[in-house]
Design a protein around this ligand. Sequence first.
Ligand SMILES: C[S@@+](CC[C@H](N)C(=O)[O-])C[C@H]1O[C@@H](n2cnc3c(N)ncnc32)[C@H](O)[C@@H]1O
Length: 332
Amino acid sequence: MNYIGSKNSLSSFILSTVQNVVGDGLSTKTFADIFAGTGSVGRTFKPLVKQVIANDVEYYSYILNRNYIGNHTSLKYQTFITKLNELDGVEGFIFQQYAEGGSEGRLYFSNENGKKIDAARRQIESWKVENKLSEELYFFLLASLLESADKVANTASVYGAYLKSLKKTAQKKLVLAPAVFQETEKGHQVFQEDSNTLIKDISGDILYLDPPYNARQYGANYHLLTTIAKYDTFVPRGKTGLREYYKSAYCRKNEVLDSFTQLIADAQFKYIFLSYNNEGLMSQEDVEKVMTTHGSYQLETKKYRRFKADKTENRNHKADSTFEYLHILEKK
Ligand SMILES: C[S@@+](CC[C@H](N)C(=O)[O-])C[C@H]1O[C@@H](n2cnc3c(N)ncnc32)[C@H](O)[C@@H]1O
């Protein structure tokens, strides 16, 4: 998934830095990723560590992580995926509110794809109610639907707005592809909580932090993924059909430093790694000051290229350079 702040392209940098700092023996360590997003960092560490703890405050992210991190033994999913792909479309909530031909004219999905999402989402819920799915399979199918719907969404990159006409990828027919996860011998833990609350209840060896770094709230930017995930009833607001969403302190200039300070103080982990960007709400000096109070601190920097908008769109897709910092604390 093309996700703001995704660490997909940085995961090998994060892994090698962690290995250099922590040394051998990752297989005996617990690794917590408590702003997990798409789960890309947890996925990198999942086969290498004793246990991953994944958490994110957003429900769509919880679903992705329940699947990619929480699921660890093989599932018989193929007949369910085939059946979902064979369903006739239904004019449900997603079609009505977020497809071109719906009553609101919001162009997030083609008519066909809007109806397909409704049909698949309803079917998954019916199977759950009829006890035909294990929890593992339920989250696997929901993750597969979220990933597949996101691929055909008619947006430049996030759901804060839709494009005026259907772009090429949004004209493609939604095909539900299995959201394949890596199998591991041991199990993992997945939560959906505010990180500052969860941190008091968990402990381990390595804590990875990847909070939002600017004012863009994830709940607003990915509202449609939450709506497909929850499939609840509410009155969508305004042109974009927004729902009520969680407002993170990490996206607020006047709250972020206090929240971060408290998080580091409460963390019961020996090693803490924080990914942060040079354009973030907290300055490099702010972060360093907080971390040095609690032990020995170092900083790793990586320059990388970032794309501003969807590469398939013909505008605004110049790559620019940005710096990613990995702040490292060995706690006293
Ligand atoms: C930069 S993204 C993480 C990206 C992730 N590492 C990846 O590769 O996909 C930040 C994440 O923090 C989550 N978030 C924001 N505030 C939070 C909070 N207070 N507690 C838990 N998660 C939060 C957002 O929902 C978002 O998924």
